[in-house]
Write a protein that binds this ligand. Structure first.
Ligand SMILES: Cc1ncc(COP(=O)(O)O)c(C=O)c1O
Length: 456
């Protein structure tokens, strides 16, 4: 027997650790489970640490009881409704709870879908509006060959994807040098009878700010009255949908507004569930054209389905329901308040250094977007330097026409305590010091080159 395969050989002492791992071709023979696990587990250490990832909005921690439920349901395909009917019941409960959280008229059973994330939800929501527009135009005997959608350049890339994939003209309102959201006047200037919907964001990906939805709604109501164009608003509440109901419940951004007909929200962002869950909620049954609902019978039973993909895991749906009944309104509010407070604390510390201009000044959403000032280096240098310490902080330029502004964005999540803020801040200051030193060194070298006598 090979020495390394002796009975008491440890995993690391086995021959698998002295060989390259198959990368392009499936190996002819396998390996023991323990060795396969360890090799992949060790390779994944090269990934960033999720707890230090301030780049992503996506949840990196859930309670052990949620982890347990997730593992118990990991093998259930959501689409097999006939086999797993209770999962569908749970999905419907979440849809109804969200619809009520977004102030939908609750005289009927709410309509919506669990999706893989806000991207799928946005595609489905806009598709429904395109369909409604088309049906209305056809009934009026009008042309349907030039649908368009109006939104600001502050939208997530998926909105542009929708326009391209579903053949809708994109009317993108550019940002300005100092306003990184859109205005109602911008919207009015772009809409016409072919506008299938207006897109508005609560919690933009770039700066965590909000489009003025109430004002856009008022403007669209006026247009409906004067021109007869009934243009719906789809609200992208990927982040904001789980923030505003808890932190600013009186703010009118949701189904309380007449033209808001659909809302998406990411369960895996501030819904506090691991990646792979989004929600699409319609205000009313009539907002989802019946022709788009497919009734599938080949899994047994009759199953209505409005989704882009077919199979998907059940576990994140169940985890969302766990959070709802475990936390309730009070629990979510407490968590949102902590996150907001920690984000505000971070913003105030950064601002006090004089090196950072806070873009989202009121810090409503628990993130801090900053522009560097009084520095010899740029946001990309600082991002790189922080990465050396393990912190993941993205640097990027804003969309047109604010694209000469480079920002750093720090998303404060549930597990990012005040203590973590302090450690993170110390590392920022140390990184700045090092970058300043190296720019001093760079400057010295340049000075010496320009004035060679200094060399002697
Ligand atoms: C405002 C906004 N909309 C949509 C999305 C896409 O969401 P998802 O990743 O859930 O598909 C994001 C993601 O960051 C976002 O910030």
């Amino acid at each position: 027997m090979d020495e390394s395969e002796r009975e008491f050989t440890t995993t690391y002492g086995s021959r698998y650790f002295a060989k390259s791992v198959p990368k392009y071709e499936m190996p002819k023979t396998g390996m023991p489970a323990r060795a396969a696990y360890q090799i992949i587990h060790d390779e994944l250490n090269l990934d960033g640490n999720p707890s230090l990832n301030l780049a992503s909005f996506v949840t990196t921690w859930m309670e052990p009881e949620a982890d347990l439920l997730i593992m118990e349901s990991i093998g259930k395909n959501y689409v097999d409704n006939d086999e797993y009917p209770q999962t569908e019941v749970i999905q419907d409960r979440v849809v109804n709870m969200l619809a009520r959280l977004f102030n939908a008229p609750n005289d009927c059973k709410s309509v919506g879908s669990a999706t893989i994330g806000s991207s799928e939800s946005i595609m489905l929501g806009l598709l429904a509006h395109k369909w409604t527009w088309k049906k209305r135009r056809e009934a009026e005997g009008k042309s349907v060959d030039k649908p368009n959608i109006v939104m600001g350049a502050d939208v997530h890339t998926v909105w542009e994807k929708f326009a391209r994939y579903f053949d809708v003209e994109l009317k993108l309102i550019p940002l300005r040098e100092d306003i990184y959201t859109i205005t109602a006047e911008d919207v009015v200037a772009e809409i016409d009878e072919n506008t299938i919907a207006v897109g508005a964001v609560v919690g933009t990906t770039f700066t965590g700010q909000m489009d003025p939805i109430e004002e856009i709604n008022t403007a669209l109501l006026e247009i409906k009255k004067t021109k007869g164009w009934d243009i719906p608003i789809h609200v992208d509440g990927a982040s904001g949908g789980f923030i505003l109901p808890f932190l600013i419940p009186d703010l009118q951004w949701d189904f309380r507004l007449e033209q808001v007909r659909s809302i998406n929200v990411s369960g895996h962002k501030y819904g506090l569930v691991y990646p792979g869950i989004g929600w699409l909620i319609f205000k009313d049954k009539s907002d989802l054209p019946e022709e788009l609902i497919f009734n599938i019978n080949y899994l047994g039973g009759l199953m209505p389905n409005y989704s882009l993909n077919f199979s998907k895991g059940s576990s994140t749906i169940i985890a969302q329901y766990y959070n709802f009944i475990r936390l309730g309104i009070e629990g979510y509010t407490d968590i949102m308040k902590n996150m907001q407070e920690n984000a505000r604390y971070l913003a105030s510390k950064l601002e006090a250094t004089g090196n950072f201009k806070i873009i989202n000044k009121r810090v409503i959403f628990p993130l801090v977007a900053v522009e560097l000032q009084n520095c010899e280096f740029n946001a990309f240098h600082l991002s790189e330097k922080l990465r050396q310490k393990g912190w993941i902080v993205p640097a990027y330029t804003l969309p047109p026409n604010a694209n000469d502004i480079a920002v750093l964005r720090m998303v404060v999540k549930e597990s990012f305590s005040k203590d973590m803020v302090e450690m993170f801040f110390d590392d920022i200051m140390e990184s700045i010091e090092k970058l300043n030193q190296s720019s001093e060194e760079r400057k010295e070298i340049i000075d010496k080159k320009e004035n060679p006598t200094l060399l002697y």
